[in-house]
Design a protein around this ligand. Structure first.
Ligand SMILES: Nc1nc2c(c(=O)[nH]1)N[C@H]1C(S)=C(S)[C@@H](COP(=O)(O)O)O[C@H]1N2
Ligand SMILES: [Mo]
Length: 311
């Protein structure tokens, strides 16, 4: 196996390799050792049963360490490295999720029962934050559409609104009131057809194990063709409505963040380009793909829309 600059998973390994190359022939042995080192990364013990993703796009997942150590979860802190050490105050068990609003059959279900009811599958997806970094995550979950269908939406229902838990003992930034980083509870929304799209996932785990607190335990949304902020964490309530939900980031800064937030390299953020992204662990930036590489699966939903206006 040949190691190229674009394959290495961290800057540290890159520098190690440079050192090995200086050693000449010794580097061949060393590279093999390095590859073993990378392959033997400690993974969590799996506690979920799920169908494996066939990974037809041949995506290479980021490491468990990377995915669980660099997070956006403002309820704890705005520091990406700070979330993990602070997130122990979140208690994800027991946890009930409520689905209500314009539905014939509203219900509340414990997440453990939810996991038993909806068979789980792995989905290896690209994940692109609006800030310009990205990763590849082997999520475990089930299609959001299955849960919504079970609630039997009324004809009037056109949108889905999601809400994160409000609990200022579990989330230190919520306890700061008006001095908090953003307004809480965190709210997100999707159009009903987006919610029914087969790519849209309710995730309860990653790398085979239930979610770490920092990734939005015990249940979070994953919408892989939209910027990461749509993928709301630690959800307690899902409401079907006839009005477009005012999501947290649009409310905070409507000039910079809209409702749709589809990944689009042609529409820049007012303060930075969206043409490229830094994949966690890589040295060089890569091109951002239209709809984050899911154009075939989702472009039809926006066929007659001006994506500059509906950003
Ligand atoms: N409740 C809540 N959900 C949230 C956020 C947040 O601050 N609070 N941050 C969002 C943003 S900006 C991103 S990029 C992703 C990050 O998910 P990750 O930490 O699992 O990578 O979560 C999204 N969901
Ligand atoms: Mo983000």
């Amino acid at each position: 196996m040949k190691l190229t600059e674009n394959d290495v998973t961290s800057e540290e390994v890159f520098h190690q390799r440079r050192r090995f190359l200086k050693l000449g022939a010794a580097s061949i042995v060393a590279n093999a050792a390095l590859m073993n080192l990378l392959a033997s990364e400690k993974l969590p013990t799996s506690n979920l049963t799920y169908a494996h993703d066939l990974n037809k796009n041949n995506l290479v997942p980021n490491s468990f360490e990377q995915i669980t150590s660099y997070n956006n979860f403002y309820e704890f802190t705005t520091s990406k490295e700070g979330v993990k050490p602070l997130s122990y105050t979140l208690n994800p068990k027991p946890w009930s999720l409520e689905i209500d609003g314009l539905v014939e059959n509203p219900f509340t279900i414990d997440v453990d029962d939810l996991i038993k009811k909806y068979t789980l599958e792995e989905r290896i997806y690209r994940f692109r934050c609006v800030e310009g970094w990205s990763m590849v995550v082997p999520w475990i979950g089930f299609e959001l559409g299955r849960l919504i269908r079970d609630a039997k939406p009324l004809m009037k229902a056109k949108y889905v609104r999601f809400e994160t838990l409000y609990d200022d003992e579990m989330f230190p930034d919520q306890a700061r009131g008006v001095f908090g980083a953003i307004e809480y509870p965190y709210v997100e929304g999707l159009r009903l057809d987006e919610a029914y799209n087969p790519l849209t996932l309710l995730s309860v785990g990653l790398y085979g194990k239930t979610l770490e607190n920092q990734n939005g335990a015990p249940i979070r949304l994953v919408v892989p063709w939209k910027y990461g902020f749509k993928s709301i964490k630690s959800i307690v309530k899902i409401t079907l409505t006839d009005k477009e939900p005012l999501n947290t980031w649009q409310k905070a800064n409507p000039r910079e963040y809209g409702f749709y937030a589809n990944v689009n390299p042609e529409v820049d953020h007012p303060r930075w380009t969206q043409k490229n992204e830094r994949l966690l662990g890589k040295l060089f930036k890569q091109k951002t793909l239209m709809f984050n590489g899911y154009e075939k699966e989702v472009a039809h939903m926006y066929a007659n829309m001006d994506l500059r206006k509906f950003f």
